[in-house]
Design a protein around this ligand. Structure first.
Ligand code: ATP
Ligand code: MG
Length: 415
């Protein structure tokens, strides 16, 4: 027996309602804030990701699905959604459009991770990017949009964590101070943090191990080392978030997993959850487009994991609307009636009425049972008698009431 690869799953029909519900909320919120959809390919040139995410990051070091194709090209399955959007922005000359350009995607994401609840090797993200402006009002709008999206799903008890990690100018000083601080604690750090200390000291702040968290809590705070421009940007942003009445908390340990982030970073988490709790996160990446070969172009974005959203909808007992299914079943008795049933099913469908046909040769009783298991509201029964008189029997499946109706009136009645 074959099984799905570890860390992947089938999205079965009974789960599709949740997925369609979220997609619809995504489309709604994106329309409200003026974002247009973009779909990039599932795989890209490996360098797009290794350059942008940063060589020392978990994603690039351990998690990318990279292979050589038959033409000798080095290919990587998309491990995140931002770099492909930036690539497309540059490739299609979107800097010539009015800025900021606002784009969103829903896409499969591939990361070779240790699978566990809410952490998979293939998952889906909804994300959006606003490219071409560094106004803190844009940061506020991007954060507001994420917040409104979760509210529109009916999710409650979310917390909005915010931080600023500075820019090219001020971050080096901060990183130096951070390293100085951590050097005193090297023996207490977990093995991962020990190796990160030199290559990616920011990541020590968001280690999930309690002993490392304790050390991180007293570490120097990035907001104390911001240059005047970054400081002003952060203050403006907080002012706008207050205007929007968004309940943010500044979290000095909040950093993000990719190197390209600058200034604003934020995450949305369900309250009191474990390490797999973050439902979405984002931030500014003012240098990324330039690193990918464009002119200096500030930008900010956000992404949320769809599986984790669904997990939280279930935890909070939020029901989603069922998907529409056919409500009419067509049963027949006898061979001649079968031909009529096939024709009738087709006619009704062409008129926009969903129909399930009895398939195979079952007794009428068995067909009615089948109609019940499909959840049909009405069953249309055709027998030899009905063919002769140009009628059908219409059975209400809840009351079991039956009446004979002319076939010419059936469509109108069902509608
Ligand atoms: P985490 O800290 O949980 O590893 P991350 O910082 O790697 O998350 P991002 O790269 O910001 O996550 O991705 C955005 C969102 O995608 C996350 O907030 C989360 O909801 C979801 N996500 C990330 N990795 C996975 C995964 N392996 N499986 C399922 N969902 C994921
Ligand atoms: Mg991760």
């Amino acid at each position: 027996m074959y099984r799905v690869p570890r860390g992947t799953s089938d999205i079965l029909p009974e789960e599709q309602a949740s997925w369609r519900y979220i997609e619809q909320k995504v489309a709604n919120v994106c329309q409200l804030y003026g974002y247009e959809r973009i779909d990039a390919p599932t795989f890209e040139d490996s360098q797009l990701f290794s350059r942008s995410a940063g060589e020392g990051t978990d994603i690039v070091e351990k998690e990318m699905y990279t292979f050589q194709d038959k033409g000798g090209n080095k290919i990587t399955l998309r491990p995140e959604g931002t770099a492909p959007v930036c690539r497309a922005y540059l490739e299609h000359g979107m800097h010539n459009l009015p800025q900021p350009v606002k784009l969103y995607y829903i896409a499969s994401i591939f990361r070779y991770e240790r699978p566990q609840a809410g952490r998979y090797r293939q998952h889906y993200q909804f994300g959006y990017e606003a490219i071409g402006d560094d106004d803190p009002a844009l940061d506020a709008e991007v954060i507001d949009m994420a917040w409104q999206f979760f509210l529109s799903l009916g999710l409650q008890n979310l917390s909005l964590q915010l931080n600023s990690i500075g820019c090219k100018q001020c971050r080096p000083q901060y990183l130096a101070r951070l390293k100085d601080y951590y050097v005193n604690y090297t023996r207490q750090l977990c093995p991962d943090c020990k190796t990160r200390l030199n290559r990616n000291p920011l990541r020590l702040l968001d280690c999930k191990k309690p002993s490392c968290q304790k050390i991180a809590n007293s570490a120097p705070r990035s907001i104390d080392y911001l240059c005047p421009q970054c400081d002003e940007h952060f203050n403006q942003l907080k002012k706008y978030l207050d205007l929007l009445a968004l309940p943010f908390v500044v979290n000095h340990c909040l950093v993000r997993g990719l190197d390209y982030y600058t200034r604003t970073v934020f995450e949305i988490q369900p309250e009191a959850e474990g390490a797999q709790s973050t439902v979405g996160g984002g931030g500014r990446y003012d240098d990324l487009i330039e690193e990918l070969g464009g002119k200096p172009t500030p930008a900010i974005g956000f992404a949320a994991g769809i599986e984790r959203i669904i997990l939280n909808l279930k935890r909070q007992n939020i029901s989603v609307p069922a998907l529409p299914r056919p409500q009419v079943f067509i049963a027949y008795v006898g061979n001649e009636a079968r031909g009529e049933a096939i024709k009738l099913a087709s006619t009704l469908r062409r008129a926009g009425i969903g129909v399930i046909e009895a398939i195979g040769t079952k007794s009428l009783k068995a067909q009615l049972r089948q109609a019940n298991t499909f959840g049909a509201h009405h069953t249309v029964i055709i027998g030899e008698q009905e063919i002769k008189s140009g009628t059908v029997i219409l059975r209400d499946m809840t009351t079991a009431e039956q009446k004979t109706v002319p076939i010419s009136e059936l469509e109108g009645l069902l509608k």
